[in-house]
Design a protein. Structure first.
Length: 488
């Protein structure tokens, strides 16, 4: 909803703000959170030792708060001049108080830092941190309502989003402290920091912190490298377009592919533990065949309907800006589905040496992504180059996992995972036909009408129904067998 009322430049600025907040909080707390888990709060721990550990966990949380405070001060003092040195941010500042926007985002960081002692304690105390789930769900609803309401009411988008972020973080802070004062812990030494038994943070926590900090920095680069690179090679408007397109694509990966990946990981882990390698191989072949057919839908129907999807969701201005990138992104989405399941198989079947190799290869793939993206950007590809490099690297990851599968499963051959030829031919024929329909009915965004959109969608739907019928006829045995395996 908010996207419809914002411009690509505002979306790009929002991406920069969110990336900055995420990086700041990740640097200041992730390693300490992991280190604090070494303080055992299980049921087998005596009450006195558990109370001691709780004090040290609170102290670790307050150390994270102090680190966050230093980073927030540095971000405000040095970050704003850095932003305003950019022509685009300077233009934005003519109609918007950038100091206030940055200040609200950093205020949100401080609220979350104040909640960190309780967050760490509940993380260590409860096997399943239901408090975290409830607090984040409640706060997210509040954030969505506030940002949507303010933007729709005509307030500046960046200011509305920054205020809603501060309210989100403040809500998390309030949720944890209300819980603490109403319920709290059985062994409650008080949440404020204190030196206990001549120790503020135990040696077993401090000893691993530097290593965990380096690992957390590497994880941040691997998970957010795409956005970090984007913020350095593209203008704000292009960043905003990429943000909107990638968010749409991520909805698909979260709702569909992530579920299949998690379920298959569990099943493969059980099959390999039981030594039933033949069934594990069969499941891999079935899943890959099904995911390739799902990928055909994204790759062959997605480009022709990106225009309509953007128009319905976000309006005509986003069609002009994002259609070509969205069309290309569907190819990447199809590859993500195949790769997710292959990497789940890898993790389930891998020995320790294989997992170490996977970590090294992921680092190499990340570096490859950066190099290819920079090269394509230098050639003038812009954000399209980032999608192309993402698809290229995803293909390399798929090839790496297929090679592992062929080595692990002696009778596995990637060619056996491909759908039947008629299905492949019809999918790519549909790509040509749906694209022709789009060019005929909607040569430019300004001629889109309800009538032409319905005709265009109906034509694609008919082709889709035929495609699904063809899958049922040619691959019925595959679908039935897969349903049987997943239903066990």
């Amino acid at each position: 909803m908010v996207v419809r009322y914002t411009t690509p430049v505002e979306q790009g600025a929002k991406l920069n703000m969110e990336l900055g907040v995420h990086a700041l909080l990740f640097f200041s707390r992730e390693a300490m959170r992991t280190a604090s888990l070494r303080l055992d709060m299980g049921d087998a721990v005596p009450s006195g030792a558990k109370r001691d550990n709780l004090i040290y966990i609170f102290n670790t949380g307050w150390a994270s708060f102090a680190f966050t405070t230093l980073l927030v001060a540095a971000a405000y003092i040095f970050g704003i001049p850095h932003l305003l040195a950019s022509a685009e941010w300077a233009t934005l500042s003519a109609s918007l108080n950038i100091h206030l926007v940055v200040g609200l985002n950093l205020a949100g960081c401080m609220f979350e830092a104040l909640a960190e002692p309780l967050f760490m304690a509940t993380q260590c105390y409860f096997p399943v941190n239901k408090l975290r789930v409830d607090s984040e769900a409640f706060s997210l609803v509040i954030k969505t309502l506030v940002s949507s309401g303010l933007v729709m009411a005509g307030y500046p988008a960046l200011l509305s989003i920054a205020l809603s972020q501060a309210i989100y973080s403040g809500s998390l802070f309030a949720f944890f402290y209300v819980w603490y004062f109403r319920t709290g812990f059985k062994e409650n030494p008080g949440v404020l920091p204190k030196v206990h038994k001549n120790t503020f943070i135990p040696t077993r926590v401090k000893a691993v912190f530097s290593q965990l900090y380096l690992e957390s920095v590497m994880r941040l680069v691997l998970t957010e490298g795409e956005k970090i690179l984007l913020s350095n090679v593209a203008v704000l408007s292009s960043q905003g377009v990429y943000e909107v397109v990638s968010n749409l694509g991520s909805v698909v990966t979260r709702l569909l592919f992530k579920f299949l990946e998690e379920v298959s990981l569990v099943i493969w882990s059980k099959l390999f533990a039981a030594g039933t390698v033949v069934q594990a191989e069969r499941l891999l072949k079935l899943l890959l065949r099904v995911l390739i057919m799902i990928g055909y839908i994204f790759m062959c129907w997605g480009p022709a309907y990106s225009q309509t999807l953007l128009y319905v969701l976000y309006g005509a201005k986003w069609v002009v800006e994002a259609e070509s990138l969205m069309s290309l992104y569907w190819v990447y989405v199809g590859l993500m589905g195949v790769n997710g399941v292959l990497e789940a198989f890898y993790r389930a079947a891998a020995k320790e040496a294989d997992l170490q190799l996977l970590w090294r290869m992921q680092t190499a793939f990340s570096l490859t992504f950066v190099v290819v993206s920079l090269l394509l950007s230098h050639l003038g590809a812009g954000v399209h180059g980032i999608v192309l490099s993402s698809a290229f690297v995803m293909s390399l990851r798929i090839a790496f996992c297929l090679r592992f599968a062929a080595r692990t499963l002696p009778s596995f051959a990637p060619a056996t995972c491909l759908p039947s030829t008629p299905i492949t031919l019809f999918a790519f024929t549909s790509f040509v036909l749906t694209k022709a329909s789009q060019l005929l009915l909607h040569p430019t965004p300004d001629v889109i009408t309800l009538k032409t959109s319905l005709v265009h969608v109906a034509f694609g739907a008919v082709l889709g129904i035929i495609f699904l019928a063809l899958i049922y006829i040619k691959e019925k045995h595959v679908l039935r067998e897969l349903k049987t395996i997943l239903g066990r």
